[in-house]
Design a protein around this ligand. Structure first.
Ligand SMILES: [Zn+2]
Length: 219
């Protein structure tokens, strides 16, 4: 369908449209663009009970992230076709397809150099603990126009500084703990672990005493 291709043009790097479209037709994939889901970027549901393969992708991914996420989900499809449920979701079987399916898009001038470098490290990294996943996300965020204008990454704030989250709560940044950043919420005095890549609004010149006083007054 031409409308599918038009849809892809809206979300993908132009040079990747034909190749992705071919995969969609070949595997008869039902593609769905969804609202923002903070828990995931996309997902795959297998062709069972007479339904086609289904891939969903969040609407607010930048073009490079959109492409990588599509290939990630497409690798789930291939792994499902070959192994059914008898494989680990992100294990060796899936990973081989992910690498293979990504190949036509590498060294093809589709990705900016920084993304391509991190993507290659990510593809061939056998150990998730190396942080290649986080590094890839970090470099992808450079191309995320909407999100970039929305705030600052928690990892870029100074320790002990204050910031506000989208829901209006105020936090103080404490120390890094493994790959998470410990923060204390000024509203309920509880500790929270933030992703280093969470986007927040820095509060400069924030006076915690004043804030606590105000909270007490409000009951
Ligand atoms: Zn997955």
């Amino acid at each position: 369908m031409e409308s599918d291709k038009a849809l892809l043009r809206k979300y993908l790097p132009e040079t990747a449209v034909e190749e992705v479209y071919r995969a969609i037709v070949e595997k008869n994939i039902q593609l769905r663009i969804t609202r923002t889901r903070s828990s995931k970027l996309g997902d795959y549901r297998p062709a069972l009970n007479r339904k086609p393969h289904r891939i969903s992708l969040n609407h607010d991914l930048n073009p490079f992230e959109f492409l990588i996420t599509f290939i990630h989900e497409l690798a789930h499809l291939f792994a499902f076709e070959s192994y059914g449920r008898r494989h680990q979701p992100h294990g060796q079987e899936w990973k081989q397809f992910f690498q293979q399916l990504m190949l036509p898009y590498l060294n093809a001038g589709i990705f900016p150099a920084d993304v391509e470098n991190e993507l290659k490290l990510h593809l061939y990294d056998s150990n998730a603990a190396n942080g290649s996943d986080l590094n890839l996300k970090r470099v992808l965020q450079n191309y995320d126009k909407k999100k970039a204008s929305l705030g600052t990454l928690v990892e870029n704030l100074n320790e002990k500084s204050y910031f506000k989250t989208r829901d209006g709560r105020i936090f103080q940044k404490l120390e890094l703990r493994r790959k998470r950043i410990k923060c204390i919420c000024m509203n309920d005095s509880r500790l929270y672990l933030f992703s280093p890549l969470a986007l927040v609004e820095p509060l400069t010149g924030f006076e915690p005493n004043q804030f606590l006083h105000l909270l007490k007054k409000m009951g």
